[in-house]
Structure formats: C-alpha cells, structure tokens
Write a protein that binds this ligand. Structure first.
Ligand code: UT7
Length: 336
C-alpha cells in the first residue's frame, strides 16, 4: 500500500506476445548432443519460442504493451512512463523503451530501460510504482521483453536448451478507491557473483573484435549448478521477507508467479513452504526461460485464463544475473 494514505498502485491491464516459431526439444536434439528426456527431467522445458530474424525486442514489447493497454482501456497518449526490462535491447542505445514508445504512439511518456536480467520486471515494477506513488506519473507501462535467441550459444548444450523469446507488459495506475494493488516489494543484488552468469563480450570490458567473436564472448555464459543453489536460496529468502513486510503468511498467498528458469527450482521453493505446487503459475514447459519476460508473460496468461481474480494475493519472485533478486506481493484488483 502507498505511503500516501488512501492511495495504492495497481496493475490495471496485462498483455503478452510470443513469437510463432516453436523450437522443441526434439528439434534441438538434431543440432546438439541432447535428448528430450534430459531437458525435460533436468529443467521441465518441452519447447520454447524463437523470434523471427526481422523481429527485435521492441517489436515484441510493443505488441505486448498494446494488448495490455487494450485490456486496461487506456489510450497510449495517457502513458507517462515506459520502463522496459531487458538484457537483449534492440541496440546498446537508445533504450528499447524509446523504440516501444514510438511504435505504440505513447508520445507523452518518458522512457528508459532497466538491466537486471531475470529480476528486471520486478525491479521495473517497483521503480514505476515509486513514480506513481509520488504523484509525478498517473499511468505507467512496465514491460519485460527478450530476444535471448540472439545471445544464446547454439553450440553450448548446457545453456542453449534453456532460453526462449517473448514479451509481457503491465499497465500501472495510482488508485484512490480500495487499497488494492502493490502491497510490498523487496530487492537485492550481489555483484561479487557476476561471473557466474553473464555475457562477457560486446561491452566496454571486452568490446567486440574478431578475437572476442572467435572466443564466442558475445553469448551467455552460466555456471548452472552454482546459479541453481543461489537461485533457490535467494528466491525463498525474498518471498519470506516480502510476506513478513506485508504482514502476510504463505497461507494468505493465492498465486505465486515465479521467474521460470527451472522446474526443479520452482519445486524447491514450493517444498520450502507448504509443498503446494498448484498455486504456482508455470509456463516454462512451453516457453523456457525468457529472463525479464518470464514473470509478466506468466502473469498475463494467468489473468486472461481466469486463474488470478480480484481480491487474490499474488506473490512475484525472481532471481537472475548480477546476481539480482526480488519479490513483490500485491492484492489483485482491476477496479478503476
Ligand atoms: O534465469 C537465471 C537463473 N538461471 C538459473 O536459475 C539456472 C540454474 N541452473 C539450472 O537450471 C541447472 O543447473 C541446469 C539446467 C543449467 C543444468 O542442470 P544440472 O542438473 O545442474 O546439470 P549439470 O550442469 O550438473 O550437468 C550434468 C550433466 C553433465 O555431464 P557430466 O559432466 O555429468 O558427464 C553435462 O555435460 O549433464 C550434461 N549436460 C547435458 N546432457 C544432455 C549438460 N547439458 C546437457 C544437455 N543434454 N543439454
């Protein structure tokens, strides 16, 4: 709930976009040494979506954003702020949010990107909430979008089976009526562990040269086992902290919308609490890990298929490169 009594910041519309091309585990087993059985049993992933060559991150974000605005009944001109969470921007600069602004006609918005890897959507949600809470913005668009297929090393079987492309969006507004909306958020980072999950090439540390390309530094590198352990611990801690802050317990939570990296991570989180996996909104079997897009796509699907309803307590929790992690708890309500 807002620090300003009587106000709350609510999500009033959601949208998502998934590219049409499906890449199955069997397809992957034809290009690398892997099997559908290994991928499903180690990760829970069956297939993922791959964007078209001429489809950039902002193209996917713009469709997701338009769908969210339509659901909210909000015109693009009403949007005062656009934040895009991505590690696969269209270009190093300008921000992908600026491209989205132009595509959807949100001419009154100011725009920037947040780079917090798989926690990016939650960091963006919390950032937007503060602009709304402070009263300087009335309507914000928060989008998570990724074209991870462009930074995936298709010769590295340990990572290329994990990721996919897509985008999800949420429209946020400040409400005066009922106290519904975002209740509490927590976030954390540990830059000392940046080496465990990153894209080493293409930045100012290792600018792109023929050598960096020969060494394949433009692709994602991950120490999977190490990341796994930290992911479970940090996501459980973040969930516990945010519920404490909101004076809620795990039993109060109707739905958990987690980052979708690995079904074994999600099961470990469920087992740390009441073991009820049925209250997790899961889509990684169909889309793999879409980094900043995973949480908003899972949210949109769960709202549109009627699982998440007004009055439900929804817990978001994520973990990713940086390391970064965060959790947000909200009472769902679309009321104007
Ligand atoms: O989104 C941000 C956060 N990301 C995550 O949270 C990801 C966290 N990590 C993971 O999800 C898991 O660590 C992975 C799914 C990446 C890997 O699972 P794992 O159970 O940790 O496997 P492993 O890396 O320990 O590899 C086990 C074996 C190895 O063979 P040896 O050395 O035991 O002979 C690998 O070479 O599996 C082998 N392997 C594969 N085999 C078939 C690795 N990738 C594959 C593959 N197909 N695609």
């Amino acid at each position: 709930m807002s620090e300003h009594s009587g106000h709350s910041v609510a999500i009033v519309g959601t949208g998502s976009y998934l590219p049409s091309k499906v890449l199955t585990n069997d397809d992957l087993s034809k290009i690398i040494d892997t099997t559908d059985e290994w991928i499903q049993s180690r990760t829970g992933i069956c297939e993922r979506r791959i964007a078209a060559d001429d489809e950039a991150t902002s193209d996917m974000c713009a469709v997701a954003a338009t769908r969210a605005l339509e659901q909210a009944g909000v015109a693009a001109e009403e949007v005062g702020l656009i934040i895009v969470a991505t590690v696969t921007p269209d270009m190093v600069f300008p921000s992908t949010a600026c491209f989205v602004q132009h595509k959807i006609g949100a001419s009154n918005a100011f725009c920037f990107d947040i780079e917090a890897a798989c926690s990016g959507f939650l960091f963006s949600l919390d950032t937007a909430r503060r602009f709304l809470d402070g009263g300087s913005v009335e309507t914000a668009l928060v989008i998570g979008g990724e074209k991870l297929s462009t930074v995936t090393d298709w010769e590295d079987r340990a990572t290329c089976v994990l990721f996919g492309d897509g985008a999800g969006a949420a429209v946020l507004q400040r409400k005066t009526n009922n106290g519904r909306g975002i209740l509490e958020s927590v976030a954390g980072s540990d830059g000392g562990l940046a080496h465990l999950l990153n894209i080493p090439g293409g930045g100012s540390r290792n600018p792109t040269t023929k050598e960096t390309i020969d060494q394949r530094l433009q692709y994602m590198k991950m120490a999977g086992n190490e990341v796994f352990k930290h992911a479970v611990r940090c996501m459980c801690d973040a969930a516990t902290k945010v519920l404490e802050k909101a004076n809620l317990t795990w039993d109060d939570v109707t739905w958990v919308v987690p980052h979708q990296a690995n079904m074994r991570i999600i099961n470990a989180i469920a087992n740390r609490f009441d073991g009820n996996i049925d209250k997790f909104c899961i889509n990684l079997n169909r889309y793999g890990n879409m980094s900043g897009a995973s949480v908003p796509v899972a949210l949109d699907e769960s709202v549109r298929d009627g699982r998440i309803k007004p009055g439900d307590i929804v817990l978001f929790v994520a973990f990713g490169g940086g390391f970064t992690w965060g959790a947000t708890v909200m009472e769902w309500g679309h009321g104007k």
